[in-house]
Write a protein that binds this ligand. Structure first.
Ligand SMILES: Nc1nc2c(ncn2[C@@H]2O[C@H](COP(=O)(O)OP(=O)(O)OP(=O)(O)O)[C@@H](O)[C@H]2O)c(=O)[nH]1
Ligand SMILES: [Mg+2]
Length: 709
């Protein structure tokens, strides 16, 4: 394997909306560059980057994957183009977001047929937040509904004047057959066999005027931000190719210019032009400045510690992904942030303090590991069998520690109760899930303290279902998912002023505690507040925490239906005690009695989690979907039309969304997708609340008056 120095590396995240053709485009690029002997396809499950069994089955990426192509750069020396193919589905956005930490440029694939879609916008925003240059690729240009001028117009309308076409299409839709290079002013025509390699010819007369206008617009755009170029442009009416290229490179890096290219990955059209462009213009690692991290034990507001992305700096690595391979064991994908690493080197894990041996360094090529003797600053590598290193860890030369910030771990949007199908599976389930959690940072596995159930959480129902499918397929463990119990809570709407008196004084040592409390509602999310207003010793000070504890414990057990009572304040303002018979226990019971009495008066109600929901589907289904969301007690907040598809935003109670995935699939013939996350707690309407209370009482015999006393 040839070794690549930093200047000849290109780290590229391929991002965009699901179905835009990202994985197919990477497969085409790898084939064109000779990295694969046949072009991988989604339909046959043979793309290099959708190697995961579940991705193949679902014909859609579910995680990021790395693969590389070797392709000559402007100095004719080979460059190594590291593609990080990211999933477009909303459910896996954390994967796409994490990929941005290890690249220097985003290849934003926009479907020439569907145009700018929700995840196109998200990918753009994420790139902007990272300050990353963006190269726009209008993909699937040969699609029967492709409309390059319209989509280019939409892209420009969204992202402004900096959007600059560096190519123009030759032919349209199924007749798409090549591109005009508006920098070099030549045409590239592709043979039908799909080699991805063009025949370079002169621009046909029919396209000459449009090409000239396109070239001039591009020259003007490049010159715009650069005084020397602008002057040259005004003086001579053009810019010589070398200056144009250097200007374009600088404008891309500065995010002043967002070049637009055109491809059709499946038929392998435009691919060599894309590879040429990426090798020539995408920045090398370090071009955007040094790697930035923190010193060990540094305060949160301390100035960042930086490292030049250079072989000369001390070695530092950042682990951005872990794969749990059932055969090879744990595979850690990392970036060399600074320095230069050799196979078999021993490094320190700065995050965990232990040492690790980097035995057998490799380059990730989809699922293949290509052995390599050493890696230079900026490159992406993979190493097997690290002892304790996990995603997000920083490693390196022990004399120069640095901690790079790990990507955010997404909260679970949905939980399912998990039940092993058999006793044997029960033992294996924890172990298998533990491995899967290393690989998938968005997966959550917890035990519900109140019910004892095991809960599997993820970014959405489909995400959790994928985990279950993987458990079976990889680890031969079968589990059933049950609808999660919605985490209802109880609270109060009114106020109460009550006395809780516990008295047992029949012979011998008695029990006596007496407290007077006021109870009042607090704002949603405020939890529980206890205020002591006893002055003058109506209750001795040492018994006051017992009153609070009695109230809190009762609140945890619930009043209406067994759900914790939240968002209320208790003011303890008076009471009485007995010199001999008072005890902590007596005051605890008095507190709990007072709590129950107060709940009777304070108008107790149930509240439920309400989710922020986004549904996307072709617009022909919009009416139906809105009606359905209304029927689920949803409140529609807005709609965003986008080239034939529509994004509906709504707030809907979680209880109504538990089976939404399958209903949405049925309603939209599989073309709709949705995402949700927790928003807030809100009142359960009386009709539903009565049912929940009745059910809880039937199940647990739960009622307001059955305990203690
Ligand atoms: N007509 C046409 N179809 C294409 C082209 N490229 C990909 N497709 C098809 O479009 C579908 C989606 O392609 P993918 O490569 O999986 O798209 P993706 O962007 O990786 O999608 P996610 O992984 O879900 O984000 C597949 O059925 C491809 O065969 C193309 O150039 N032209
Ligand atoms: Mg994909």
């Amino acid at each position: 394997m040839k070794l690549y120095d930093t200047a000849h590396l290109r780290n590229l995240a391929v991002a965009g909306h699901s179905g835009g053709g990202k994985t197919t485009l990477v497969a085409a690029a790898l084939y064109t560059a000779g990295a694969t002997s046949a072009q991988g396809r989604i339909e046959t499950g043979t793309t290099p980057t959708d190697f995961d069994e579940q991705a193949i089955l679902r014909r859609s990426s579910i995680a990021s994957a790395v693969a590389f192509a070797e392709w000559p750069g402007p100095d004719r020396a080979l460059c190594k183009l590291n593609f990080v193919d990211t999933p477009g589905q909303t459910l896996f956005q954390h994967e796409a977001a994490a990929a941005l930490d290890v690249v220097d440029c985003v290849v934003l694939v926009v479907d020439a047929a569907s145009g700018v879609q929700v995840q196109t916008l998200r990918a753009w925003e994420a790139a902007a937040a990272h300050g990353l240059p963006v190269i726009v690729v209008l993909g699937r240009a040969d699609h029967e509904h492709a409309d390059i001028p319209a989509v280019l117009g939409a892209v420009r309308e969204r992202w402004g004047r900096g959007v600059g076409a560096v190519q123009a299409p030759i032919g349209a839709q199924r007749g798409f057959q090549g591109v005009i290079d508006l920098v070099a002013m030549s045409a590239r025509l592709y043979p039908s066999a799909g080699s991805g390699k063009a025949r370079i010819v002169a621009i046909d007369d029919a396209y000459a005027d449009a090409a000239k206008a396109g070239h001039e617009a591009l020259v003007e755009l490049v010159a715009e931000g650069d005084d020397a170029l602008l002057e040259e442009f005004f003086d001579t009416g053009t810019i010589p190719p070398e200056h144009l290229q250097a200007g374009l490179r600088a404008a891309l890096l500065d995010r002043r210019l967002f070049p637009v290219l055109i491809t059709a990955g499946a038929a392998n059209l435009g691919t060599d032009a894309l590879l040429d462009f990426l090798a020539a213009y995408a920045p090398a690692p370090g071009a955007r400045g040094p790697a930035s991290g923190a010193a060990l034990g540094a305060a949160a507001d301390a100035a960042p510690l930086t490292r030049p992305v250079s072989d000369a700096a001390p070695l530092s690595l950042f682990v951005f992904k872990t794969l749990a391979d059932p055969f090879a064991g744990r595979l850690s994908l990392f970036q060399v942030r600074s320095g230069h690493v050799k196979s078999d080197e021993t490094v320190v894990n700065f995050t965990r303090q232990g040492t690790e041996r980097l035995a057998h360094l490799s380059l990730p090529q989809g699922k293949l590991l290509i052995p390599v003797a050493e890696l230079h600053a900026g490159d992406l590598g993979v190493v097997a069998k690290l002892k304790e290193t996990l995603t997000g860890d920083s490693l390196g030369d022990k004399s120069a520690p640095i901690l790079y910030p790990p990507a955010a771990r997404p909260e679970a949007a949905i939980h399912f109760a998990l039940e092993a199908k058999s006793r044997a599976d029960e033992d294996k389930v924890g172990l298998a899930l533990h491995k899967m959690l290393e690989e998938d940072v968005a997966l959550h596995f917890d035990r519900d303290a109140s019910t004892g159930e095991f809960l599997l959480g993820g970014t959405g129902q489909q995400h959790v279902e994928i985990a279950v499918a993987r458990l079976k397929q990889r680890y031969n463990v079968e589990v059933k998912l049950r609808a999660p119990r919605v985490a209802y809570r109880e609270t109060i709407l009114g106020r109460a002023d009550v006395q809780g008196r516990y008295k047992k004084q029949t012979g011998g040592h008695g029990q006596f505690g007496d407290c007077k409390i006021r109870m009042e509602p607090l704002a949603r999310g405020a939890g529980f507040e206890f205020v002591n207003e006893i002055f003058g010793g109506a209750i001795p000070r040492n018994f006051i925490p017992a009153v609070e504890k009695g109230i809190q414990e009762s609140a945890q057990r619930g009043y209406l239906a067994g759900y914790p009572v939240v968002d209320f304040r208790v003011v303890l303002y008076d009471g009485a005690y007995h010199d001999v018979d008072s005890s902590e226990l007596a005051f605890k019971v008095a507190g709990s009695l007072a709590f129950k009495k107060a709940m009777e008066q304070a108008r107790p109600v149930l509240i439920e989690p309400v989710m922020e929901v986004e549904v996307e589907s072709p617009d022909e289904f919009t009416g139906d979907l809105i009606g359905d969301l209304n029927a689920r007690r949803g409140r529609i907040e807005g709609m965003l039309p986008r080239n034939g598809s529509e994004l509906i935003r709504a707030q809907v109670p979680l209880a109504e969304m538990l089976s939404y995935q399958s209903d949405l699939t049925a309603k939209t013939q599989g073309r709709g997708s949705f995402h949700m996350r927790f928003s807030h707690y809100d009142l359960v309407p009386a009709l539903q609340a009565d049912k929940i209370v009745a059910k809880a009482r039937a199940e647990h015999g739960h009622a307001a008056s059955t305990e203690e006393e």
